[in-house]
Design a protein around this ligand. Structure first.
Ligand code: SF4
Length: 343
C-alpha cells in the first residue's frame, strides 16, 4: 500500500536518487546529518554548498576542520559539523573512502547513530532497516494508537515500524514512511482521506489522530544570563576567540564573554571583560540578545568598547576584520550579538 502510494507521490528532493537509479551514500549521509533538527528548506542551500565545495567524502575528509565549521555556521547543533568531518576521515581511513554497506559498520562511524545508519543503510544500500524520525513516530503512534507517552514509547514505535518493513525496496519504503509523515500525516489536520493506511489506522477510526504521539509534560530549561563583550578597533577589526573544543558550540568562534549562569550579576560582569594594557570604558547597550538552545533559553547583555589602532589582542583572542565576519564560524547567537552591537 505504502510503496504504491510512494510511486505516485515521491517527493523530489535534491539528495534523493532519481527513480531507477542508486542513491549516492555520501549524499544521503550528508543530507541526513544536516536534516537532524533542521528543516528541508533551511538545509537546501547548505547541502548544495557542501556538495559543490566537497563533492566526495574524500574531498570533505581532506578539508581543514575550520573550513567545515565556517561553511556550517548558521545550521546550528555544531557538534554535527565536527562529527561530519570526523566521520569523513574515518570513512577514508577505515573503508578506503567508500561508505560500508553494513549497518554495524555504519553505526561504528563518528556521529552515526541508529537513525542515520538505518537511513543510509536502507536508502543507499537497500538494507532492511527503518529509520525512525519524528515523522515516522507520528505515523506509527497514530496507526496503532500507541498510548505510552514520548520518549518512553520509542522502543515500541521502533518495533512496530520494523514489523511493517516489506521484503524488498527497503530504501523506498523508508523514504515513503518519512514522506507520509511529512506531507499527509501532519501534526495538525492530517489528510487521512489521502493516506494509503487510512483503513487500518486506529487513531483515524477513533477520530483522535491529533492527540498522537502522546506527550510527557515538558520541562522548560531555566533561563541563563551572561555578558558579551564586543571590542572594536579603530581600523575596523572586532575581537574574537574560539570556544573550547568540548561542550556547547565547541570550537566555534565567539566574542569574549562571561559564563552563562542562572545567577548572573550584570554589575559583576565587567570582571569577565577581555584585558587590554589600557582598559577601555565598556558601554552597556540597551536591551538584551536572546537565544533559545535545546535545553535552555539565554539572555546576553552586550558591552561595547572602542580601542585605538595597533592595540594588540589579549591572550587567546584575535582581531578579525568586520568585512570578513560573514566567513567566520560564528554560531547564530554570536551573529545576533554582533548585529546588536554593530548595526
Ligand atoms: S490515516 Fe490519518 S492519522 Fe492515520 S496514518 Fe494516515 S494520515 Fe496518519
Amino acid at each position: 500500500m505504502l510503496l504504491a502510494w510512494y510511486d505516485r507521490h515521491r517527493r523530489v528532493l535534491p539528495w534523493r536518487a532519481q527513480p531507477g537509479k542508486k542513491a549516492d551514500p555520501y549524499a544521503v549521509w550528508l543530507s541526513e546529518i544536516m536534516l537532524q533538527q533542521t528543516t528541508v528548506k533551511t538545509v537546501g542551500p547548505y547541502y548544495a554548498k557542501f556538495l559543490t565545495r566537497w563533492p566526495s567524502v574524500n574531498a570533505l575528509a581532506s578539508a581543514p576542520l575550520d573550513d567545515v565549521l565556517r561553511a556550517w555556521a548558521g545550521l546550528g547543533y555544531y557538534a554535527r559539523a565536527r562529527n561530519l568531518h570526523a566521520c569523513a576521515r574515518a570513512v577514508v581511513e577505515r573503508h578506503g573512502g567508500v561508505f560500508p554497506a553494513d549497518l554495524e559498520a555504519l553505526r561504528a562511524l563518528p556521529g552515526i547513530g541508529e537513525y542515520t545508519s538505518a537511513a543510509v543503510g536502507s536508502i543507499a544500500f537497500d538494507l532492511p532497516a527503518v529509520p525512525v524520525d519524528g515523522n515516522v513516530e507520528r505515523v506509527v503512534t497514530r496507526l496503532y494508537a500507541v498510548e505510552e507517552a514520548m520518549p518512553a514509547a520509542k522502543p515500541e514505535i521502533k518495533r512496530l515500524a520494523a514489523s511493517l518493513l516489506p521484503p524488498h525496496r527497503s530504501g523506498d519504503f523508508a523514504q515513503a514512511f518519512m514522506d507520509l509523515g511529512a506531507t499527509i500525516c501532519s501534526p495538525k489536520k492530517p489528510a487521512c482521506a489521502l493516506c494509503p493506511w487510512s483503513e487500518p489506522c486506529v487513531a483515524r477510526l477513533r477520530g483522535d489522530q491529533e492527540t498522537f504521539p502522546r506527550k510527557a509534560r515538558k520541562r522548560e530549561g531555566k533561563l541563563r544570563r551572561g555578558a558579551a563583550f564586543v571590542a572594536l578597533r579603530a581600523d575596523g577589526c572586532v575581537l574574537l576567540r574560539q570556544r573550547p573544543e568540548k561542550g556547547l558550540l565547541g570550537s566555534m568562534t565567539e566574542v569574549p564573554g562571561s559564563d552563562w549562569t542562572h545567577d548572573f550579576d550584570v554589575a559583576a560582569a565587567l570582571q569577565s571583560a577581555p584585558r587590554f594594557r589600557r582598559q577601555p570604558p565598556w558601554r552597556k547597550l540597551a536591551g538584551e540578545v536572546t537565544h533559545v538552545f535545546t535545553h535552555f533559553p539565554l539572555a546576553l547583555t552586550v558591552f561595547v568598547a572602542e580601542l585605538p589602532r595597533g592595540t594588540p589582542s589579549p591572550k587567546g583572542a584575535r582581531w578579525a576584520r568586520r568585512a570578513g565576519l560573514a566567513d567566520e564560524a560564528l554560531p547564530t547567537v554570536m551573529r545576533k550579538v554582533l548585529s546588536h552591537a554593530l548595526d
